[in-house]
Design a protein around this ligand. Sequence first.
Ligand code: ACO
Ligand code: LMR
Length: 269
Amino acid sequence: GKVRRPTNFICTISDDRGEEATYCGVPISEVVERGFSIADVIGLLWFKKKFPEWSSKFIDMVIKIVADHGPAVSGAHNTKVTARAGKDLMSSIVTGILTIGPRFGGAIDGAAKYFKMAKEKNMSPDEFVAYMKNVEKIPIPGIGHRIKSTKNPDKRVELLKNFAKENFPKTELLDYALEVEKLTTSKKENLILNVDGTIGVLLVDMFKELGYSDQEIDELINAGAFNAFFVLGRTIGFIGHYLDEKRLDMPLYRHPWDDILYDVKCDIE
Ligand code: ACO
Ligand code: LMR
């Protein structure tokens, strides 16, 4: 028989060889005709799945909720500064995307990983908080916010929690994270379960319900698949901030001297 030349690449998500391209076997025209949402397209291309309606609606909500949080946050700020240095769309938005990480927006994977681990090991909230402090020696991903607190709750978190309570079959990891939050907020009012944390634990609850094993969920987290939701959503905002700078024709930005503590002491003869 024929011996096929070994290929350099493998693709298991889309196929462009026919009359029209398909997303996980579904022709683009069918995606349009059947009224698939952005979440449904994400399901096909990221997870090779057609999400049930409740999870599709949840993903749509996540994308909308993380789309922007004003000009002052790391990513939007970088995008604005870069646009004002005269750079193009792509260059400006990547500087914003590059700030997404363990402290800003990219704590979703970490929150999913550590809360999931703690629950699997039957750690009490007390034990978990102590473990993160003494063993991992890192702030608990998904806990804490610069401006939101128990006195100034994050409306986005309320929306996500309410949706999950009404539409998810179970919210076991969210419930555990809320017990941890009770403990952390009793120490300091801004140590709330933040938007990253809420999305992280609810994605674990969602994928469990969709039949994923613990190991499969760990693999998604290790691949960065949960942070991907913030990257995608917040890029909408970064593009907005870039276009805003261009529309306003803003000049080159230079940071004011009086906002920098110059403390140069060098040991040079
Ligand atoms: N877990 C445990 N303790 C914490 C945490 C946490 N996640 N965050 C802050 N603390 C403690 C600190 O140890 C510190 O304690 P101390 O006063 O006894 O030294 C105190 O709270 C203040 O810490 P700061 O770092 O000054 O807190 P700040 O309010 O500046 O930090 C931040 C906010 C960066 C979000 C922080 O809480 C954190 O790193 N959280 C984990 C990462 C995270 O979830 N980021 C996503 C935020 S949401 C988003 O970006 C869309
Ligand atoms: C965000 O969504 O960017 C924020 O929660 C972070 C912030 O400090 O507002």
